[in-house]
Design a protein around this ligand. Structure first.
Ligand code: MG
Length: 311
């Protein structure tokens, strides 16, 4: 059985620690790049969504997609019947495949880094997740589509129209739009279809963006790879699981992402205080990172549900 000390002592100097950290996504990345199973899971998600398009766009509610969505009245009876239906898509690992960036992290022993990510976005090398363009195209014929992403602006652009200024404040927006246009996604040249993180001063979270879209539309479907593409938080989902779970496969469609997202945070959430206490006082960022990694890694090992063989 793996013990705390065995797991943690394996993490040696910086190089070794970074290698271990980056390789935690090795299997997930290989699965995403090479398995027919991953491709099949994506095709299955989009095909299931396509089968529900007609019903979902008829029955959407005015609300952002949480509890109220499950209570939505259909057709003319709906108090929101006259509003246009909207479908909200996440981008990364929902429509866009960034596994080559993950592979870079593994090869170069790097953790996720904002500046490197921005360079990756600028390279416009993200690929399409299998089945994504076809489905968004079909969705765009029956609903307004919105792309809501955690790709981030450096500073809000609000009403700025001048291209040069937008490029300065939010290069990821223009680079993302350009890449998506080349991949053939509809509305890729329409800036109003995009909501990036920090793009507008008053919209601070995906939930606030969903509420904003819901104010003028019936939300028909949400498509994402992370629970936060659907609900405000894991706690909200847990408290309302009985009402929300029936939306999967009908209004909510999820793509698999074993490599990253909000889910790994759950594994070490209960030790974050301990992490700050032990690691914050350390002098360099590198030392703080390594200290936090050790504690989180240890906690993750403890989260394994381990078989104990009887001798
Ligand atoms: Mg995503």
């Amino acid at each position: 059985m793996q013990t705390k000390s065995q797991g943690v002592e394996d993490v040696g100097g910086t190089d070794e620690a970074n290698a271990q950290r980056s390789r935690e996504i090795l299997y997930a990345t290989l699965w995403m790049q090479h398995s027919t199973e991953y491709r099949a899971a994506a095709l299955q998600a989009f095909e299931s969504a396509r089968a529900q398009l007609k019903t979902a766009t008829k029955c959407g509610t005015a609300e952002a997609g949480q509890l109220q969505q499950s209570k939505g009245a259909c057709g003319a009876k709906s108090p929101w019947a006259k509003r246009p239906a909207a479908i909200i898509f996440d981008l990364d690992e929902t429509l866009l495949d960034n596994s080559a960036y993950q592979a870079f992290q593994i090869k170069h022993r790097e953790l996720y880094d904002d500046a490197r990510w921005e360079t990756w976005v600028k390279s416009e090398e993200a690929m399409e997740i299998a089945g994504a363009v076809d489905f968004v195209e079909a969705a765009s014929k029956v609903a307004r589509i919105y792309y809501v992403s955690n790709r981030a602006c450096r500073r809000p652009i609000d009403k700025i129209r001048v291209e040069q200024k937008v490029r300065e404040l939010c290069p990821q927006l223009l680079d993302t739009m350009s890449r998506m246009a080349k991949l053939g996604f509809p509305k890729a040249k329409d800036r109003s279809a995009f909501y990036l993180k920090g793009m507008y001063t008053d919209l601070r979270s995906k939930e606030e963006i969903r509420q904003k879209i819901a104010a003028k539309h019936r939300i028909a479907m949400l498509v994402g790879d992370d629970l936060e593409d659907f609900v405000e938080s894991r706690a909200v989902y847990a408290q309302n699981e009985a009402a929300l779970a029936p939306l999967w496969g009908k209004r909510w469609f999820i793509l698999p992402n074993p490599a990253y997202g909000s889910w790994p945070g759950v594994l070490s959430a209960d030790i974050e205080q301990e992490v700050s206490k032990a690691c914050d006082p350390l002098e360099t960022k590198e030392a703080r990172d390594r200290c936090a990694y050790r504690l989180r890694y240890e906690t993750r090992l403890d989260k394994l549900k381990v078989w104990l063989p009887l001798e």
